[in-house]
Design a protein around this ligand. Structure first.
Ligand code: SF4
Ligand code: SF4
Ligand code: SF4
Length: 254
């Protein structure tokens, strides 16, 4: 059987999601037995523009990013966005709440006027090109990544949870973070991480993005029960879900 050729690309991000792949160690050897990496700047010096599956990390923040992403899309049979930056713009998207000239001045100081320091509103890959699959999280969940790559190599459609983190959290019998007076975004965030943060004594900060059709009345009920407000919840959502309505989810399968 011919192994699908895989290329990994990065845009504006910390490259933490690619690092998750490097860190997979033995699991990575398993994956390499079913797919062939041909381009991956973080881990290999070889390069090829002939690939079947493109994995894209990072957000789109410059005109040349957009052009490069369109080229990747044209060459790839399947395009997968890995991590919150690539899916929604992630933390980088907070930039969109400010005047872009102010953002440049704060970041680059006197150099902000230099022509090569172009910046534009941050977008996730699905806002620029058609994306076939998403690997959620910041960083992305490496087990879910391995599952999705296996499915693609075998021609299967991956199934990603569409219910909130609370479902996984309650199944683990965790004490709810609201009992500690905290605000946890698990009520509206897509599951699939095994309620990683609440299981380690932290509130969920929403890195997997909003669950499709979140149960808003139930979320309101939780807020009311613990003396919190919708504004409290909205304030926490800014980190990973600012302008989340701008992400065209209908363009992706998962
Ligand atoms: S999603 Fe998080 S870990 Fe991944 S590249 Fe973006 S900031 Fe880094
Ligand atoms: S709100 Fe947070 S801590 Fe409470 S059940 Fe849901 S995920 Fe767990
Ligand atoms: S619990 Fe929330 S913040 Fe933590 S990994 Fe899961 S989705 Fe991300």
């Amino acid at each position: 059987m011919t192994k699908p050729r895989v290329a990994i690309f990065d845009f504006a991000c910390c490259e933490g999601c690619q690092l998750q792949v490097v860190d997979m160690e033995e699991e990575l050897l398993d994956l390499i037995s079913i797919v062939e990496p041909v381009t991956w700047r973080e881990a290999m010096s070889e390069h090829s523009d002939q690939y079947d599956i493109a994995l894209v990390e990072g957000s789109i923040t410059r005109p040349e990013d957009e052009e490069r992403l369109r080229g990747i899309r044209e060459r790839a049979r399947v395009l997968v966005a890995i991590g919150a930056c690539a899916i929604t713009g992630g933390v980088n998207r907070i930039k969109n709440s400010f005047d872009l000239d102010d953002v440049k001045r704060v970041v680059y100081g006197p150099a902000a006027a230099m022509p090569h320091l172009q910046t534009q509103r941050t977008r996730g890959a699905p806002e620029v090109v058609k994306v076939d699959y998403l690997v959620h999280g910041c960083p992305m969940d490496s087990a879910e990544f391995a599952y999705i790559v296996r499915c693609l190599a075998l021609g299967k459609t991956p199934v990603i949870p569409d219910y909130p983190v609370c479902v996984e959290c309650k199944a683990k019998s965790n004490v709810c973070r609201y009992e500690y007076g905290e605000i946890c975004l698990g009520v509206v965030t897509r599951a699939g991480c095994g309620a990683a943060c609440p299981s380690r004594g932290m509130w969920c900060f929403g890195c997997r993005g909003l669950a499709p059709n979140p149960n808003v009345p139930a979320a309101r009920e939780v807020m009311d029960q613990y003396g919190k407000t919708a504004e409290d919840l909205a304030e926490k959502l800014v980190l990973f879900n600012s302008e989340s309505e701008g992400v065209p989810q209908e363009q992706v399968h998962a």
